[in-house]
Design a protein around this ligand. Structure first.
Ligand code: NAD
Length: 425
């Protein structure tokens, strides 16, 4: 595959960029996509690596490494989050950027795909160090970002505050307030109503559509890996608004399980107070590995990449998997799950609620006119339902899995724009 850039320390099954390329190649072949366009879309259009010097609280100077990758701007400005984590690597950011291209195309919002990452452990940084790191990273990206060029957002370990610092740094350089430079901002600074719950709501809506599609009736038993923005709020909505039973949920340290169902508001209150699920009453402790293999109707991996692999896919008991996280399932695991008849709602559809409401936020910032939460949620629901239908229709038309169906929808939409625009020589 052209453009493949394996990271020397990571095997093929755990390299998210190679995993993305495997799925892309399958869809491109089914679509009969021209080899030249395949070469363009198999790799990012633009990558920037930056050194980020930060004055630490103890007076020392540290230099962090940051990335921003723009996979494609064929359909509009690059769009995608910024991740702060100690194990961020370039192939991960490349994969995440490409998934953003496909995700925006699946829900048909006029963005391309980008992603950023900084190698750091935010738990070991003071608030001041985190702010200086964010501002210098933003300043280092000035030449390639902008409301019409590349619009970042939060991802793992970045939040509204980080977005506010990012927006302020960009605005200071431009000598004007430009709220549309990032999404996921605080409401009072140009953020959108409904953005905080958007990805979780999208996951819950995708779960509803998938359960209907497979003919499941009544409340479902749901297992959720991860209890952050996506997993925690997704589980809360699945419990509160959709009437399902969340029987297990986890954080990075492990999970809690109660076959009779967990009281989700209580779980989230506990987590907010104790910062860990450990010790939660009326539940058994399970490891993250055990949690994935629990009996349930729906499994929602909503933590991180590469959780369902050739090593454990055969033991998954869920009938439906709704991928809240990006890249939680390897291409090898896809094959095993397909043979078992598990219905997988792929990440580029299941977690697209976040970028959809990010698009609404960008639109509202540019209009200077803000919508009620009800409007945001209604518009999100319409888009998620339409995207789900487009994906299952494509899967049926090409006699393939919903994942490859989703890639077919996305790649076709991006290739259409490339064809119309032509290749500038
Ligand atoms: P978060 O930081 O709010 O929460 C992550 C959760 O996963 C936490 O509970 C954490 O303890 C747990 N976790 C982290 N690493 C883990 C590991 N190795 N094993 C088990 N659990 C682990 O992050 P988030 O925003 O909820 O994002 C989760 C996933 O969803 C990521 O893949 C992210 O890219 C994806 N995603 C997020 C959004 C969004 O709007 N936040 C949108 C689309 C996709």
């Amino acid at each position: 595959m052209p453009g493949a850039a394996s990271s020397p320390s990571v095997g093929a099954e755990s390299n998210p960029f190679l995993q993305m390329q495997a799925r892309f190649a399958k869809a491109a072949d089914l679509l009969g996509l021209d080899q030249g366009f395949q070469r363009i879309l198999a790799r990012p259009a633009h990558e920037l690596t930056v050194a980020i010097p930060v004055q630490m609280d103890d007076g020392s100077l540290r230099v962090f490494t940051g990335y921003r990758v723009q996979h494609s701007i064929a359909r509009g400005p690059a769009k995608g989050g910024i991740r702060f984590a100690p194990d961020v690597h370039l192939d991960e950011v490349r994969a995440l950027a490409a998934w953003m291209t496909w995700k925006c195309a699946v829900v048909n919002v006029p963005f391309g795909g980008g992603k950023g990452g900084v190698i750091c452990d935010p738990r070991r940084l003071s608030q001041g160090e985190l702010e200086r790191l964010t501002r210098r990273y933003a300043a280092n990206l000035l030449e390639i970002i902008g409301p019409e060029r590349d619009v970042p957002a939060p991802d793992m370990n970045t939040n509204e505050q980080v977005m506010a610092w990012f927006m302020d740094t960009y605005s200071m350089h431009r000598r004007m307030t430009q709220t549309a430079i990032v999404t996921g901002k605080p409401i009072g600074l140009g953020g959108s109503q409904g953005r905080r719950i958007a990805t979780g709501l999208g996951v819950a809506l995708a779960t509803r559509e998938a359960l209907t599609y497979v003919g499941h009736q009544g409340p479902a038993r749901i297992v959720v890996q991860g209890s952050g923005n996506v997993g925690g709020l997704g589980a809360l909505l699945l419990h509160d608004r959709f009437g399902h039973k969340v029987v297990a949920i986890s954080d990075i340290y492990g999970g809690i399980h109660n076959e009779k169902g967990l009281d989700m508001p209580q779980v989230l209150d506990w987590l907010a107070e104790k910062r860990s699920l450990e010790g939660f009453p009326d539940a058994d402790r399970v490891s993250n590995e055990e949690l994935l293999e629990l009996p349930c109707d729906v499994l929602v991996p909503a933590a991180t990449e590469n959780q369902i692999t050739s090593q454990n896919a055969a033991r998954i008991q869920a009938r439906v998997i709704v991928e809240g996280a990006n890249g939680p399932t390897s291409a090898e695991a896809d094959r095993i799950l397909e043979e078992k008849g598990v219905f997988v709602v792929p990440d580029i559809l299941a977690n697209a609620g976040g970028v959809t409401v990010s698009y609404f936020e960008w639109v509202q910032d540019r209009m200077g006119y803000f919508w009620e939460e009800e409007d945001v949620c209604e518009r999100l629901e319409r888009i998620m339902v339409k995207a789900f239908r487009d994906v299952v229709e494509a899967a049926e038309r090409y006699a393939t899995s919903p994942r490859i169906g989703a890639y077919c929808v996305a790649v076709d939409r991006v290739a259409y724009c490339l064809r119309l625009r032509g290749i500038y020589a």
